[in-house]
Design a protein around this ligand. Structure first.
Ligand SMILES: [Fe+2]
Length: 170
């Protein structure tokens, strides 16, 4: 895994784990080890997939599945997209990894808006693609309200945390 993806993954793991611990204090039943491992591995196939054209979440999930880590495979498979069924269900390890990934641009904690506008700049080639990303942003905003509705902190507080992985040099 290249160093920039390692830095991104470490930070996603820190955010996801931080939220999992807070939610657990408020009564949620979450497996922190699964959150941490899923976040660390979510982009395991990102660089490999670039040369093959296979979507990185599919390739990563397949690798983990082959290695026998079925719960992790599902988290990696589901970290890119969000749908209404999952959004209306309970907050899971998978949703926390997915959300934390949308709050980390490269190796920086940012707002959902900043992350999605960066994605639009880099990947949206047509106005239709831009619209789809904006619709996706709306879904993630609902997920954000669902997560933080149970907490006393606000989403932007995550940007102010002193995070270990931002000081770590790889
Ligand atoms: Fe990814």
């Amino acid at each position: 895994m290249p160093p920039h993806i390692q830095r991104h993954s470490l930070l996603v793991a820190e955010i996801a784990l931080y939220l999992a611990e807070l939610l657990k204090q408020n009564g949620a039943r979450l497996n922190s080890a699964l959150v941490e491992a899923g976040a660390l591995l979510h982009d395991i196939a990102k660089s490999r997939s670039l040369s093959t054209g296979v979507r990185h979440e599919n390739m990563g999930a397949q690798l983990l599945h082959e290695w026998g880590y079925l719960a992790l495979a599902a988290i990696v498979q589901d970290h890119v997209n969000l749908d209404l069924i999952r959004l209306n269900g309970p907050i899971t390890e998978s949703l926390l990894v997915n959300y934390a990934d949308k709050r980390v641009k490269h190796d920086q904690v940012v707002s959902l808006e900043e992350r999605f506008y960066d994605l639009i700049d880099r990947y949206a080639k047509t106005s239709r693609q831009e619209q789809r990303l904006l619709q996706k942003l709306q879904l993630y905003a609902i997920l954000e309200r669902k997560i933080f509705g149970r907490l006393t902190m606000e989403p932007y507080d995550l940007e102010r945390l002193q995070l270990h992985s931002q000081q770590r040099v790889l």
